[in-house]
Design a protein around this ligand. Structure first.
Ligand code: HDD
Length: 717
């Protein structure tokens, strides 16, 4: 057999990703059964007489109903609710010195990807705006096989060992007796578990922050969470943490807004991703890596194998390696987004695992879950999961096998088939696990280096702005306020007190509780009887970094002001200043943003020039929580707005959620009738007003909007 000695990533045999052979388009086609028989009547079942019973022989009816009865597959046990898109990954800064992964070798190299974003706790039909972690999974169709980076929008996790994952998920999912609440962590079983698991302290701080209520999937960071390994051609290994940095910056909504969006448009994130791609505003992230020499494994005050820890960017900066652009919506949600099967164990040569005990458990779980969810071992043959690198092995048969393997040989070694398929040497792209030396006793124990639970939780809190800290206080009050068992609230405040005493005081004050003088030390819950009392007490190892800008969304140095792809509500009624509406719409388009006309009715509004402007939504079918800013042009019959409670709520909510509000001409009067009128100050940089309708306020409006929200206003609320 002729051996190909070229590095595998330049092997011409590896095709470009092409799913077109699996696509089906019914345009101008006959309706058929699944066996290809043309159907003459799809509206009536076969009956004995037009009023008689249906006949068993009606194979067309039976086939249709049978298929329908089997349309659903089990939803994902976690991350059931999600949305995906196709795109590509392009290398900007190749890193052959760190990895031999073929897709990271040359600048300009492109690899097709499919990304799926998700919430964790809710069922498949739940709201996008739950307070929750967001999944951030990317499947790279590399020429050396599939590589999946299955991460979250939060860089740490709740637990340190995979064996606690089923407990965590049981605790956060709706409670088993009444299946309440849906897609929410604000209930007793979740906080009972968390308050007994101090290792979750760092994660809980992120979950109570606005990171858990993103403005958009396109405005979230992504993280691989665990420390992985890179391995280069010389077989040298480096530790690595993966980061996705969004081009549009990292932004969130506020909690009141999140709850209202959940009612007004539970598909808010799904719609946002879909519409951005349809409009050509392709979501984009940079892929960054924090790379640590193997020799530095023990250098830090935290353990690199502990998934409840970050590496502060002040200690190891993030090197940008490439960018991901999502530029195509799926053709079919079920075929692609629902059937896509990610797995942290899908790696290519040059990327490897560490002994992080959470990662190790994940390496078992993902294939196992697909066997149930996708119905058997051949899920890799589903088009969205197929490798573009050729697949040849001696695995055979199983439910729904698509491939027709030719020949009589399905074993190795064999002489009948020339011993094919042959194993690849390392220089032929063969995957060789990193030969880490392990010399240890078998134990069920946690390393002592995993026992700091509070140091980085405090680092996170110290890195937030005052506004962000305040949001964390309110989130704790909300979540614990929904907990019915007082003992759980108190125990949780005891945990918070070990992170930050001031934070605990504020949370406790909102719940009319006092911070316990001596917090319960629940570490020994769940510990084996022999080890009870021996297990390390949770402790606080102060971080060597006092505050890290990258942990704050508001202070994050990488956030570049832009309004690209944002949506502005242009509030209109009859008589509206036509020039002002058109000027705002064009100014927004120039910034790749969009203005939508909202009025008391659908159809058109009459303008001051006798023209008509089409209305996109009425106040009944829309809400300001679905927009990033509000503009109210002048010239209108204000009664149409001031007498309409939905219109006034629209403006009041925009104010409450710290959005920029532009007001022109006589419309300024509307503000004095709004619920917030008494709180308005001249210092509010987010109220852009001009009494003179001739003046153009678009530039000021856009520049204020680029700051995302006017957080200073919160002091007035
Ligand atoms: Fe997981 C899905 C991310 C820990 C077991 N997980 C899933 C998805 C994401 C993550 C993004 C959705 C993939 C998709 O879009 O289809 N999971 C994480 C992260 C973790 C983590 C970042 C910690 C760092 N997961 C984790 C553990 C286990 C699992 C410890 C089990 C021991 N996760 C699963 C799963 C899921 C899953 C049950 C459900 C659906 C699926 O895999 O395909 O196997």
């Amino acid at each position: 057999m002729k051996q190909n000695n070229k590095p595998y990533h330049v092997d011409q045999e590896a095709k470009q990703r092409d799913l077109s052979t699996n696509k089906s388009d019914s345009t101008n086609k006959f309706l058929t059964t699944n066996q290809g028989v043309r159907i003459n009547d799809d509206n009536n079942s076969l009956k004995a007489g037009d009023r008689g019973p249906s006949l068993l022989e009606d194979f067309i009816l039976r086939e249709k109903i049978t298929h329908f009865d089997h349309e659903r597959i089990p939803e994902r046990i976690v991350h059931a609710r999600g949305s995906g898109a196709h795109g590509y990954f392009e290398v900007t800064n190749p890193i052959p010195q760190f990895t031999r992964a073929g897709f990271l070798q040359e600048a300009g190299q492109r690899t097709p990807v499919f990304a799926r974003f998700s919430t964790v706790a809710g069922f498949r039909g739940s709201t996008d705006l739950a307070r929750d972690v967001r999944g951030f999974s990317v499947k790279f169709y590399t020429q050396e096989g599939i590589y999946d980076l299955v991460g979250n929008n939060i860089p740490v996790f709740f637990i340190q060992d995979a064996t606690k994952f089923p407990d965590l998920v049981h605790a956060v999912k709706p409670e088993p007796h009444n299946e309440i609440p849906q897609a929410a962590s604000a209930h007793d079983t979740f906080w009972d578990f968390i308050s007994l698991m101090p290792e979750s302290a760092h994660m809980i701080m992120w979950l109570m922050s606005d990171r858990a209520i993103p403005r958009s999937y396109r405005m979230m960071e992504g993280f691989g969470v665990h420390t992985f390994r890179l391995v280069n051609a010389q077989n040298e290994s480096f530790f690595v943490k993966f980061h996705w940095k969004p081009k549009l910056g990292t932004h969130a909504v506020v909690w009141d807004e999140a709850q209202k969006i959940s009612g007004k448009d539970p598909d808010f994130h799904r719609r946002d991703l879909w519409e951005a791609i349809e409009m050509g505003n392709f979501p984009e992230w940079e892929l960054g890596m924090q790379i640590v020499d193997e020799a530095d494994e023990q250098k830090y005050e935290f353990d690199l194998l502990d998934p409840t820890k970050i590496i502060p960017e002040e200690l190891v900066p993030v090197t940008i390696v490439g960018k991901m652009v999502l530029n195509r919506n799926p053709d079919n949600f079920f075929a692609e987004t629902e059937q896509v099967a990610f797995h942290p164990g899908h790696v290519v040569p040059g990327i490897d695992f560490t002994n992080d005990p959470l990662l190790q458990g994940r390496l078992f779980s993902y294939t196992d879950t697909q066997l149930l969810r996708l119905g058997g071992p051949n899920f890799h043959e589903i088009p969205i999961n197929r490798s573009i690198a050729p697949v040849h092995n001696n695995q055979r048969d199983g439910f729904m096998r698509q491939e027709i393997n030719i020949g009589r040989v399905s074993y190795s070694p064999n002489s009948l088939g020339g011993d094919c398929p042959v194993q690849a040497r390392i220089d032929q792209g063969g995957f060789v696990s990193y030969n880490e030396r392990i010399d240890a006793h078998k134990v069920r124990q946690r390393s002592e280096s995993f026992s700091d639970h509070f140091g980085q939780a405090r680092l996170f809190f110290n890195s937030q702005t005052e506004v962000e800290k305040d949001h964390i206080v309110r989130a704790f009050r909300f979540e614990l306020g929904k907990v019915e068992t007082t003992a759980i609230r108190v125990r949780m405040i005891g945990i918070v007190a070990q992170i930050d005493a001031g934070l605990a005081e504020k949370v406790a004050a909102g719940l009319r509780l006092t911070v316990p003088a001596k917090p319960e030390q629940p570490m020994n819950y769940g510990v084996s009887p022999e080890r009870r009392g021996l297990e390390q007490e949770p402790k606080l190892v102060p971080s060597s970094v006092e505050a890290s800008q990258a942990l704050s969304m508001i202070n994050n140095p990488t956030v570049k002001p832009t309004i690209a792809s944002r949506k502005v509500a242009i509030v209109c009624a009859d008589g509206v200043d036509e020039n002002a509406v058109l000027a705002m719409k064009s100014a927004l388009i120039r910034e790749s943003a969009k203005g939508c006309v909202i009025a008391p009715y659908l159809g058109h509004v009459q303008t001051n020039q006798g023209g008509a402007i089409p209305v996109d939504f009425s106040f009944l079918t829309s809400s300001s929580v679905l927009f990033d800013a509000v503009y109210i042009p002048g010239g209108m019959d204000l009664n149409e707005l001031s007498q309409n409670p939905d219109a006034m709520d629209f403006i009041s909510d925009a104010y409450r959620h710290c959005k920029v509000i532009g007001v022109h001409g006589n419309s300024i009067e509307l503000l004095s009738g709004a619920a917030f009128a008494s709180k308005l100050t001249n210092e509010d940089e987010g109220i852009i007003m001009d009494e003179d309708m001739e003046n153009d306020i678009t530039a000021n409006f856009i520049s204020a909007m680029a700051g995302h929200r006017v957080w200073a206003r919160e002091a007035q609320l």
